[in-house]
Ligand binder design. Sequence first.
Ligand SMILES: Nc1ncnc2c1ncn2[C@@H]1O[C@H](COP(=O)(O)OP(=O)(O)OP(=O)(O)O)[C@@H](O)[C@H]1O
Length: 225
Amino acid sequence: MLSLKNISKYYQAGGNKTYVLNNVSLDVDAGEFVSIMGPSGSGKSTLLNIIGMLDEPSEGYHYFMKEAVHQLKEKARSALYKEYIGFVFQAYHLIDELTVYENIETPLIYQNIKSSERKALVADMLDRFQIVGKKDLFPAQLSGGQQQLVGIARALITKPRVILADEPTGNLNSKQGEEIMELFRKLNKEDKVTIIQVTHSEKNAEYGTRIINVLDGKIDSSRNV
Ligand SMILES: Nc1ncnc2c1ncn2[C@@H]1O[C@H](COP(=O)(O)OP(=O)(O)OP(=O)(O)O)[C@@H](O)[C@H]1O
């Protein structure tokens, strides 16, 4: 499903190249649940952003759903992203001017789903996350954990085949965090959603089926759980 071959990402600073990712190769099959771990600054988010086509590598080959992503133009890349990927960000990236309801609805509008169907899908999601009572509030009126839940609800609303999550439980209390991990496990096992998450938590990492350790911009080790 996903194949990165010899991917590097560097920044040019005064004639010197600083490598954030250095010659990373990684294959992920459909149906896997991969956890990416590693120290702060090791390149985890950069790797996830490249996988999610939000960032471009400096070098290397990137295949996703049999498409050569490194050869695609911006528009085709973004179409591919919209069709398959749901992204859960560390900072929730909610739209401040939109209510909880509207934030969750937005990806469906981009997919041209008709209004009555959108209503049913959003209602379902609000229910599932027990945030029906918050639907008319704006992000600033929510706690960090609630904003995170809305961000996750928004990522899941289009039923993506792949979920990419950067510290998805970072702002949740331990019970909410466990609920999200259980939800991911269920999506992975029952709905066959492929999940790739970045996490600092060993406990969360073990919800995955494979743990990859990134160190200094390289894949240091990989083990099946
Ligand atoms: N635009 C940029 N210019 C220069 N360096 C950058 C830029 N963006 C990111 N970096 C560097 O890339 C390195 C890796 O960042 P990245 O966010 O991928 O790490 P991370 O492993 O996800 O860290 P954390 O766990 O703290 O989120 C960092 O040292 C960062 O300073």
